[in-house]
Design a protein. Structure first.
Length: 319
């Protein structure tokens, strides 16, 4: 564990860090960009954006967070940072994210990561270089689950991974969002907007009128449970909760970056697993005093995302 991030005084507020990450411009200079629609064996379609360089040092695969996208500011910033340092980059868009609700008749589910594994298998087949995974928030949760349980062919090419502000206990994250008015309003707005798009795309399949009346994320999730074939919100969230056994089973090098002042992911989620994390030699845990949720900026105006820089250093050490 280490404290390496010393942000500018105004950035020592967790809400400022979290909000700044959300509103930062995503205008970047990425080269050789190619957008494709990936189709899984189960006919699931998602967006992939690749930025390839000649003779790369490695291939970075980025997985964004819940209601993020392949165009999220931290995803774009990471892509540019790695590409400038001779890495090819593949950004993976989750189902129903980034205005892709029309691509699939089925709803996005937190528990479904099989199509992500297929994407990684495809990337491993296309590129001969070693692969490094980078996940933000829920994307970090996906990566931990993949490294815990996956037997896909891509595992032979994965050098390691980094997860920034990973969601470990989604029930606690929901509770924290629900008790912070700004975050709750923001999530409700994004969720309802996405459900409206889904309903418009598939009017014969969905009617989310009851969801539009909901005042909390829990209420929306409860209304959607029949689609996920679960009896309760808690049992559904438990399916992608990271527990001690998951940490023990991680068998690839992984850098976990978390902040004590994260108002969405409580630090108790880390402390509950810290013994197992410290015992597993594959896990490097970095905890900062400041950083908010996926923030980790040291300066306001300049491109200075400490978590991305640390992730690149870690990836470079593994090659």
């Amino acid at each position: 564990m280490s404290e390496l991030l010393v942000p500018f005084v105004l950035l020592r507020n967790s809400h400022v860090q979290t909000i700044l990450r959300a509103v930062t411009s995503a205008n970047r200079h990425l080269l050789n960009e190619e957008r494709t629609i990936f189709k899984s064996s189960e006919d699931e379609r998602i967006i992939l954006i690749s930025n390839v360089v000649q003779d790369p040092d490695g291939v970075l695969v980025i997985i964004h967070g819940w209601f993020g996208s392949v165009l999220s500011s931290n995803v774009i910033e990471a892509a540019e940072y790695f590409q400038k340092r001779n890495w090819s980059v593949v950004r993976v868009g989750l189902k129903d994210h980034g205005n892709t609700e029309h691509l699939n008749s089925s709803l996005f589910s937190f528990t479904d990561i099989a199509y992500i594994q297929e994407v990684l298998d495809c990337v491993a087949e296309l590129y001969s270089k070693r692969m490094f995974l980078l996940g933000f928030s829920f994307g970090g949760n996906i990566i931990i689950r993949l490294l815990r349980e996956c037997s896909g062919s891509f595992m032979k090419t994965v050098a390691g991974a980094a997860v920034v502000s990973p969601v470990l206990n989604p029930l606690d994250a929901f509770d924290n969002i629900n008790t912070t008015i700004l975050y709750k309003w923001h999530l409700l707005s994004l969720w309802k907007k996405s459900l409206r798009k889904k309903e418009l795309a598939f009017p014969q399949t969905y009617n989310f009128s009851e969801c539009m009346k909901c005042d909390t994320p829990f209420d929306i999730m409860n209304n959607l449970l029949p689609h996920f074939k679960h009896g309760s919100v808690k049992s559904y969230l438990a399916e992608f909760t990271i527990v001690k056994d998951d940490i023990i089973k991680v068998n690839n090098p992984i850098l976990m970056i978390s902040s004590k002042d994260d108002r969405i992911i409580p630090f108790s989620n880390i402390s509950d697993l810290i013994e197992e994390m410290c015992r597993n030699p594959m896990i490097k845990l970095t905890i900062t005093e400041h950083g908010g949720h996926c923030g980790f900026r040291r300066k306001i105006m300049e491109d200075d995302n400490w978590a991305i820089i640390e992730s690149f250093k870690y990836a470079s050490e593994l090659r």
